[in-house]
Design a protein around this ligand. Structure first.
Ligand code: AMP
Length: 409
């Protein structure tokens, strides 16, 4: 069996892992840590929930805290880029936890919060910066962030950063760091764009470590689909909340307005629920997240963008109130439960309009989601081979398909 010590971690960083209570490295940690500790560039292909944060934070700390580390200055020696402020805060929290016995300083910069305090903290000096790309670039342009001493650069959730349009910001930021740096890139999916970025900023002998089947959701999550007419979704949600052994529940909705409406309806029915989406201020989002994490709210209703990288260990159920239209979103959503060693349940509500999305998810993940039937909620027509596309597109199945479907019935 592997131990963190056998992976090459030493001294204060090893003590940090022990203090965090971890004894056995996860597979991505087992593979990534020795490579990264040896100073090589690294591509880590892993979803959240696999322990990927520690897979790059531990080698990074080890490098900065080790005996060969250069003298501490005001300018940062390590930089971690993340797609969202929530993830930035989580990564920095992990750095503090694992680095608690080192004397390394870290700080986080992200958009949507005041510039001044961030400028002031940068001015005071730090060893590690965790940042979202837009704000960091802004600070660089204003002359407040000097990356010339960065020896270690991490791009976390690179695929999400590219999805969110950060490619140009990332390139400008990387150009501000020394070419001699070590680069680590983590991504749940290896799209062409991610590979292209990696090739252009990483060294030729870059190692790649992969855990799990890229397309298949975490194995610790029990997944079900539940066919339900759209107008019955709220009643079904309440039924599930009242009859399943739920603890903390993350509910996904397609739009911000819908997230607010679901939250209001749940609160009216006596549940403790709060919403997390991009229309909320940074303070409101933080309050919602903290309240959920600390158990003040049992239910968090979120949109996809707001929930990027959300890391709450105790989520017992993810409920897709709306079936995601993208398989990547599906995989990401259900990955919010079943974190680390725990197990979780993911339940996807599928209305008649959404069956095409369900089929697409099943095709891409090469699995049929078992159907869960709740008495009184099944649609009157339950023909799954019915050609179904979102109604508003005015879609009609081609004649040949309609005939084929008729024959099947
Ligand atoms: P991540 O994939 O980095 O978001 O991590 C998922 C969760 O696993 C986090 O809550 C970590 O605290 C936890 N974790 C990370 N490494 C370990 C480990 N070796 N053993 C148990 N839990 C871990």
């Amino acid at each position: 069996m592997h131990t963190f010590k056998a992976l090459g971690l030493t001294g204060d960083v090893l003590n940090g892992v022990i203090s965090a209570g971890y004894t056995t490295p996860t597979p991505i940690q087992t593979e990534a840590i020795p490579v990264a500790c040896a100073g090589r560039d690294l591509i880590g292909c892993a979803q959240t929930g696999t322990g990927k944060t520690a897979a790059f934070v531990l080698p990074l700390l080890d490098r900065l805290a080790g005996p060969t580390a250069s003298r501490r200055g005001r300018r940062p020696c390590a930089l971690v880029l993340t797609p969202t402020r929530e993830l930035a805060l989580q990564v920095e929290a992990a750095i503090r936890t694992y680095g608690q016995h080192t004397r390394l300083r870290s700080l986080v910069v992200y958009g949507g919060a005041g510039l001044r305090p961030q400028i002031e903290r940068l001015r005071q000096g730090t060893d590690i910066v965790v940042a979202t790309p837009g704000r960091l670039l802004d600070l660089m342009n204003r002359g407040h962030a000097d990356l010339s001493q960065v020896a270690c650069l991490v791009l976390d959730e690179a695929d999400r950063m590219l999805d969110m349009g950060f490619i140009h910001d990332i390139r400008k930021i990387v150009a501000g760091t020394p070419a001699t740096r070590q680069t680590m890139l983590f991504s749940a999916t290896m799209s062409r764009d991610v590979q292209h970025l990696a090739r252009s900023i990483m060294k030729d002998d870059t190692a790649t470590v992969k855990v799990g089947e890229q397309r298949n959701p975490a194995e610790t999550v029990t997944q079900h689909a539940c066919l339900v007419p759209n107008p019955r979704k709220m009643d079904l949600l309440v039924h599930v909340l009242e009859n399943e052994p739920v603890q903390n529940v993350l509910v996904f909705s397609r739009t911000k307005r819908r997230a607010d409406r679901i939250t209001r309806q749940l609160v009216r029915r006596g549940f403790s629920a709060t919403a997390l989406h991009a229309n909320k201020s940074q303070n409101q989002r933080q309050r919602a997240l903290d309240g959920f994490r600390q158990g003040r709210f049992q239910i968090l209703v979120a949109t996809d963008v707001a929930a990027r990288g959300l890391d709450v260990d105790t989520i017992s159920h993810v409920i897709n109130y709306d079936t995601p239209s993208q398989v990547e979103d599906y995989i990401h959503r259900i990955g919010r439960t079943g974190r680390a060693e725990a197990t979780g349940d993911a339940l996807t509500f599928v209305s008649g309009d959404e069956r095409g999305y369900l089929r697409s998810i099943e095709r891409h993940t090469s699995q049929r989601l078992p159907r869960k039937v709740y008495d009184g909620f099944t649609p009157e027509t339950d023909r799954e081979d019915e050609p179904t596309e979102p109604r508003r597109t005015g879609y009609h199945a081609p004649r040949s398909r309609r005939r084929r479907n008729r024959r099947r019935r």
